[in-house]
Write a protein that binds this ligand. Structure first.
Ligand code: ADP
Length: 315
């Protein structure tokens, strides 16, 4: 019995050992196989990515070349634009200068003729000529200002003066204007003794523009109101009218040069202007470190234009 056990046990052990060896060999083979397969797959993926990267690189290169070409074209057209802009500014100031002199002469001689012994009809013709030369003169001075603004040469005086003179200087003329149009002009008491440092003539020009517009865009029988007042460390001028109003989408755009409100239907009024006055006024106020804006409750409901400048506004 002992003998049988001595023979059988080692045999069993031997067989078990062989079994383990076979199993481990099989699993090793399977693992190697999987590893190789994974390796092949990732190699293929890498290959695919590499091809994509190469394609992307060549596309980037092409685009960079196109961009370079475009940028050099752009820089050329920029230079050309700058040259043309200079030419335009020079041309504008030349024309403006050359038109001003004959215009003054036409106006002067027409007024002279009006004083002569001429018939009523001729007098009316002469009045029309004077009116048209005034309109043209206005355009010329707007174009002069525009040319100066574009050339960065709009100069402003520095002097200390009483702010109320911004209105006092122009009120006699503007009152006649309002009367002629049949619009009531109400001037709230002008404050006295508020001294500001700036350009009296230019600031009067701004107020003149606001009042002229307000009278122009207000129907006969309605009212325009002017208020000047001290505000914190500055001053403000307000022109409120009861006229045709402004669409909310246009209260900012009307300060752009050559912009005229599109929602207002009155063609006749539009033709009387060029859309330049407000943009020039805005430049003058900005030159005094101030701000300018328009508010309106909507079309047909009037508007208020105002500007504010700091007292020490050295332009
Ligand atoms: P314009 O000579 O055409 O009046 P402006 O620059 O002074 O040029 O004004 C630009 C536009 O702003 C005008 O054409 C008008 O549409 C609008 N606008 C200016 N003032 C008023 C106002 N008081 N009421 C309504 N619209 C106005």
């Amino acid at each position: 019995m002992e003998f049988v056990a001595i023979i059988i046990v080692p045999m069993l052990l031997l067989m078990a050992g062989a079994g383990v060896l076979v199993v481990s060999q099989v699993s090793g083979f399977v693992q190697t196989n999987m590893f190789n397969q994974r390796q092949r797959m990732s190699n293929a993926l890498i290959q695919q990515y590499m091809t994509q990267i190469v394609a992307a690189q060549s596309q980037i290169f092409q685009r960079a070349k196109q961009l370079e070409l475009l940028s050099s074209k752009l820089s050329l057209s920029n230079q050309e634009l700058g040259r043309l802009n200079n030419m335009k500014t020079k041309f504008l100031s030349m024309v403006v200068h050359d038109v001003r002199t004959p215009l003054a002469s036409i106006r002067g001689f027409s007024e002279l003729l009006m004083k002569k012994d001429v018939g009523e009809r001729e007098k009316q013709y002469l009045k029309n000529i004077v009116g048209s030369t005034d309109q043209l003169g206005h355009l010329i001075s707007d174009l002069t200002d525009l040319a100066m603004i574009e050339a960065g040469k709009l100069k402003m005086e520095k002097a200390v003066f009483d702010f109320s003179y911004v209105a006092r200087d122009i009120l006699p003329g503007i009152t006649i204007n309002a009367q002629k149009r049949g619009v009531e002009l109400m001037v709230n008491p002008l404050p006295e003794g508020i001294m500001i440092n700036g350009d009296r003539f230019r600031l009067s020009q701004v107020l003149m523009n606001l009042l002229t517009n307000a009278i122009k865009f207000t129907p006969v029988g309605k009212r325009v109101e002017l208020t000047l007042r001290a505000e914190g460390s500055g001053v403000g001028a307000y022109v409120k009218d009861t006229g045709i109003g402004i669409h909310p989408s246009e209260t900012k755009r009307i300060f752009e040069k050559f912009y005229q409100a599109k929602y207002q239907k009155d063609e006749k009024l539009r033709k009387q202007g060029w859309g330049l006055g407000l943009s020039i006024a805005n430049e003058i106020v900005r030159g005094h470190k101030g701000e300018m804006a328009a508010v309106s409750p909507g079309l047909g409901r009037g508007s208020t234009f105002y500007f504010r400048i700091p007292v020490n506004s050295r332009p």
